[in-house]
Structure formats: structure tokens, C-alpha cells
Design a binder for this molecule. Structure first.
Ligand SMILES: Nc1ncnc2c1ncn2[C@@H]1O[C@H](COP(=O)(O)OP(=O)(O)O)[C@@H](O)[C@H]1O
Ligand SMILES: [Mg+2]
Length: 365
């Protein structure tokens, strides 16, 4: 059995047995534990509710003139599947990991929110409030800052899957902060590509940021300001990724990582660097990677039945690109997840149906 499958079973057992896991010290809470557990919109220290999530309710609180964040698990998590059902527990386990890493002090985790106190049985995570906003755009420096934190996480054996816009904040002094770890899993960076071990090399740090976040931003840029401007933004993101992946390779070599892992990252970097030589080569890489990300993101939205107008936009793009450039898609290895078995007509049919589905799931929401 794969380690991820074992881990899923382990987590289900913890939930079934109603096991307690805590992070931090109860005495560091600024108010009584029971009072905190009973927090709702009527509490005198209540400020704002961030209720977008399907797993938890997120409150901004003001206690003795200090702002805090309270993430309270919903009685029923409405995300289907084991990963959704265990995501709150998973986040508590990660918060515990980060408190340990911060104490160890060998790597910089200032980009990760602190946990004041968390309790699985009581279903809450209590943290300082991060002053910041969801970034609508990223500079190269900010992307490197984000990738730097993610690299440190990987060095400690953690792989983050969900870098969607709502899971990243940027502070007034332009520092990136991460705080939602529902889908951040353990993996062995010396032997595996991600927490799915060696099965799915398509998923890696820069790909996760691009698929869940940056490719949407670039798609909007394409529509608003044209391809030249888009490629400029794409280029500096790839440069930041290449710089951090060089650091990763250096670390992997020092730690005597498996050869195929080293080779994997070296290949990626050389592909990226080769694309920097001309506008045309950069455009080809953009075409390839954006198409990959549209497919991965659309599949994700369809599976979770969480489609938005962006899902529709991406499926439209998939159809448009495959219509005009099927040979390019095929020769670039972009047909995966069963798509490699389809003819061009079948592929078109599949994503036309997907578009209809995405429309339907949208109406339902
Ligand atoms: N510690 C924090 N400080 C400030 N804002 C936060 C903090 N934690 C979460 N938020 C805000 O609440 C939103 C939802 O929080 P998140 O932990 O991502 O919950 P969910 O699991 O529902 O996605 C975030 O998008 C962010 O805007
Ligand atoms: Mg979130």
C-alpha cells in the first residue's frame, strides 16, 4: 500500500476514535477556552466572518485590542472524499509540524502563520490575525519569497497542493504568508516527486502555483493587456522558479537524493532556461504549461463540483488550443490522464461535455 493511502486510513481512525490533538498552550489563549469554542457572530469580540470555506468558518476577532483568527470546523464538512473529510485534522497536524520547525530554527518559516492554540476535539485553530490582502498580482520578488517558503517546507518533507488565491496573503511590507494547510501532505523529497510518491510527476511546486493561481492571472492579463505583457510576467515567474529549483537541486545533491529525482529537476530547469532564448521559445513553453494547467485545474473543479466562470474560461481555452494546435499538444506530451488514448474528435467531445457539466455545477452553486 502506498504511504498516502496508509496515511488516509490513519487519519480516518483518528477521527473515528475522537482522538485529541492539540497545538500550542491553552494558557496562551487571551480568553477562556469554553468562551472561545462558543464564539459566533454575536460574541462581543466578533469582528468579521470569512465563511467562504466548505470545511470551516473563519472569524476575525478583536480581543483586548488585538486581532485574532479563529478557524472553526463545520459540524459536517461538505467536501466529498477522504481528503476533504480529513482536511481539518490534516491542517492541525501541519500546524503542529510548523511549530516544531520554527523551534528547530534551522530554516526560515516566517512565511507561515503562528498557531496560538488548536484542538482537534474542540474543532478550532486560533492564530494571530495576518494584516494583508489576497494578492491580485505578484512581483518576481514576491514569487521568490513564496517559492522560498515552499522549498523550506519541501526540505522538511511537506508538499503543498492548494495554492489557490484565497490561501495566500501578502502583508503591507510585501511578504507572503501561508495559513491554510488542509491539503499539505508529508512526502519524501529525496525519493518522491510529491505526496503521490513517483506516480504523478506532473505535480510539482511551480506547477501547483501556476495551476491553482498564476495561470489564471496570466489568462486575465492576456485578455486585458495582450500576449506581450503576459509573456513578460510569465518569464519572471519562470526565472524565480528556476532559481529556487537550482537551490533545490543543490540541496538534493548534498542529501544524496535518488538519481531520477535529480534528473527530473535538472530536465525541468534546462527546459525552462532553453525557453528564455527567444520570444518564440518562451511562447511555446507558455502554450504548453498553460494548457497543462487548464487541464489540471478544470479536472479538479469538475471532480469537486466547484466550478466557477474561470472553469468555463479554461475549458474554452482547452477547446480553442486543441482545435488550432492538436499536433503541438500531442507532440508536447500534453495528453495525459487518459487523454492520450483519445482521437482529436473524442478529445473535443470530452471537453465540450465538460463545459456543459461545468455550467451545470455552477448553476447548482
Ligand atoms: N490568520 C489569518 N489572518 C488573516 N486572514 C486569514 C487568516 N486565516 C485565514 N484568513 C482569511 O480567511 C480566509 C479563509 O481561510 P482559510 O484558512 O483559507 O479557510 P478555508 O479552509 O475555508 O479555505 C482566507 O482566504 C483569508 O482571507
Ligand atoms: Mg483556504
Amino acid at each position: 500500500m502506498k504511504s498516502t493511502e496508509k496515511d488516509r486510513l490513519r487519519k480516518l481512525k483518528i477521527i473515528e476514535n475522537n482522538t485529541e490533538i492539540t497545538v500550542g498552550l491553552k494558557q496562551n489563549l487571551p480568553i477562556d477556552l469554553q468562551k472561545l469554542i462558543n464564539t459566533d457572530e454575536n460574541s462581543e469580540y466578533f469582528e468579521t466572518l470569512y465563511s467562504g470555506g466548505l470545511t470551516a468558518k473563519v472569524f476575525k476577532l478583536k480581543i483586548n485590542n488585538v486581532f485574532y483568527n479563529l478557524k472553526k470546523k463545520r459540524p459536517v464538512i461538505s467536501v466529498q472524499g477522504t481528503d476533504g473529510q480529513t482536511s481539518f485534522l490534516n491542517e492541525i497536524e501541519r500546524r503542529l509540524d510548523f511549530e516544531i520547525f520554527k523551534k528547530e530554527g534551522d530554516l526560515d518559516f516566517s512565511g507561515i502563520v503562528d498557531t496560538i492554540y488548536a484542538s482537534l476535539k474542540n474543532g478550532f485553530i486560533f492564530s494571530p490575525w495576518i494584516e494583508g490582502k489576497i494578492p491580485g498580482d505578484f512581483t518576481k520578488k514576491e514569487i521568490k519569497n513564496l517559492f522560498g517558503t515552499l522549498l523550506n517546507m519541501e526540505k522538511k518533507g511537506l508538499f503543498e497542493w492548494d495554492l489557490c488565491p484565497g490561501n495566500i496573503l501578502i502583508t503591507p511590507d510585501n511578504k507572503i504568508k501561508l495559513f491554510d494547510f488542509g491539503y499539505c501532505y508529508r512526502f519524501n523529497p529525496l525519493k518522491d516527486y510529491n505526496s503521490e510518491e513517483k506516480d504523478l510527476p506532473v505535480f510539482h511546486m511551480a506547477e501547483r502555483f501556476e495551476t491553482r493561481n498564476y495561470m489564471q492571472l496570466l489568462l486575465n492579463t492576456e485578455e486585458l493587456s495582450g500576449i506581450q505583457h503576459t509573456l513578460k510576467k510569465y518569464r519572471y515567474e519562470k526565472e524565480a522558479a528556476a532559481e529556487i529549483y537550482e537551490e533545490k537541486i543543490y540541496w538534493l545533491e548534498q542529501k544524496k537524493a535518488d538519481n531520477d529525482i535529480l534528473k527530473f529537476y535538472k530536465n525541468i530547469i534546462s527546459e525552462w532556461k532553453n525557453s528564455f532564448v527567444s520570444e518564440e521559445t518562451l511562447y511555446n513553453l507558455y502554450k504548453k504549461e498553460s494548457f497543462r494547467s487548464y487541464i489540471l485545474d478544470a479536472e479538479d473543479d469538475l471532480k469537486g463540483e466547484t466550478c466557477t466562470k474561470n472553469t468555463l474560461l479554461k475549458i474554452k481555452k482547452i477547446l480553442e488550443i486543441s482545435e488550432n494546435d492538436y499536433d503541438f499538444i500531442k507532440s508536447s506530451g500534453l495528453l495525459f490522464f487518459g487523454n492520450e488514448k483519445l482521437t482529436k474528435d473524442d478529445f473535443t467531445e470530452k471537453y465540450r461535455t465538460a463545459y456543459e457539466k461545468a455550467l451545470k455545477y455552477q448553476i447548482k452553486r
